[in-house]
Design a protein around this ligand. Structure first.
Ligand code: F6P
Length: 367
């Protein structure tokens, strides 16, 4: 008698956009639960959507994901330059864009998966939504240090970034105090001020500048002068990379045409620091924390969150809730439509409770 083999269930997982602490914890949770509880095979797509365009995969076994919980980065690799709907092909200095979505659809079809788990920020999840609209069964997992994904209270990676930024501010505090300087600490976040707001409050920043609230340099200068009159001879300014002056533009480090985020931000602390130094005749120094906020191991909070989100993603697959992202609502996990996520980032508003609390203890927002 011929034995009929049960066809094994199979899913795939990819990580897209900028890496962030905790991604490996998600890959581990998704893979372990899929293998242990659902008897599934797990395919890891390499380098985000790039791997789907060029058929680059690896199988993820239980052993492959054992011991990666505390590892920084992503074992699958990632990129923020492989939008299948607007894929950059470089020839020398010339860049041409093409729509590779048909290739991606046929590659996914050939993989014979029941779901593709996409771990990413708003750019990656925007693409996930479009692929889902074209018939791909997708479950999203929100990932970014920026904490700006719509539909979730928090993303994993954020807590780690805030912890690193806070430690940076703490360390800057002592040297600022010794030298009576103005010290600028620049943090990441793109258009969102969440890292600056949280780390600024946690680190006792005197001035916190966020993109959602354009600043006026005179306000900052007045505030620092007032501090000095009361004997506080140093000031710490926590500045998000995406901030802009009232009526002005953010500081752009470089234009990257083939990237999802075409404007590479960074350098505002140097620009604004130099202006303040001139205006106030006070020594000013700037520190750009940059990718330190994204590298290395994650905090226990992020490891736990990433594990919960990864486990929940498998539940959504079981319930066939495709086109949804696992999200955090208060203390609970829920499903949130990718279609809504794709509407744009979640930003702070001037009446946010944390901004009010910071203002109430004398923090200046420069606006
Ligand atoms: O979205 C995460 C993030 O770290 C932003 O805060 C920052 O602007 C951007 O990525 C930097 O991207 P890259 O690593 O490509 O320079």
């Amino acid at each position: 008698m011929v034995k009929i083999k049960n066809k094994k269930r199979r899913i795939a997982i990819l990580t897209g956009g900028g890496d962030c602490p905790g991604i490996n914890a998600v890959i581990r949770a998704v893979t372990k639960k899929a293998i242990l509880k659902r008897n599934m095979e797990v395919i890891g797509v390499l380098d985000g959507y790039e791997g789907l365009i060029h058929n680059r995969y690896r199988t993820l076994s239980f052993d492959d994901v054992s011991g990666i919980l505390t590892l920084g980065g992503t074992i699958l690799g990632t990129t923020n330059k492989a939008n299948p709907f607007h894929y950059a092909i470089k020839k020398g200095d010339e860049i041409k864009f093409s729509d590779c979505s048909a290739v991606v659809l046929s590659n996914i079809e050939a993989l014979k998966i029941e779901c593709l788990v996409c771990v990413g920020g708003d750019g990656t999840l925007w693409i996930s939504n479009r692929l889902h609209q074209l018939g791909v069964p997708i479950v999203g997992v929100p990932k970014t240090i920026d904490n700006d994904v719509r539909g979730t209270d928090i993303t994993f990676g954020f807590d780690t970034a805030v912890s690193i930024a806070t430690e940076g501010i703490d360390r800057i505090h002592t040297t600022a105090q010794s030298h009576h300087r103005i010290m600028m600490v620049e943090v990441m976040g793109r258009k969102a001020g969440w890292i600056a707001l949280h780390a600024g409050i946690a680190g006792g920043g005197d001035v916190i500048l966020i993109p959602e609230m354009p600043y006026q340099i005179d306000r900052i200068a007045d505030y620092i002068s007032q501090r000095r009159k009361t004997g506080r001879l140093f000031s710490i300014i926590v500045v998000a990379e995406g901030v802009m002056p009232m009526g002005g533009e953010a500081v752009v480090q470089k234009i990257v045409p083939d990237s999802a985020e075409q404007l590479r931000l960074g350098g505002i602390s140097l620009v604004l620091g130099a202006k303040l130094e001139k205006l106030m005749e006070l020594e000013t120094r700037a520190v750009v924390l940059g990718h330190l906020q994204r590298g290395g191991t994650s905090t226990p909070f992020d490891r736990i969150l990433a594990t919960r989100l990864g486990s929940k993603a498998i539940d959504l697959i079981e319930e066939k809730k495709f086109g949804q992202m696992v999200s955090v609502k208060g203390n609970y996990l829920a499903a949130y439509p990718l279609e809504e996520v794709a509407k744009g980032p979640r930003l702070a508003t001037a009446d946010h409770e944390m901004i009010k609390a910071a203002r109430a203890i004398g923090v200046c927002f420069g606006s």
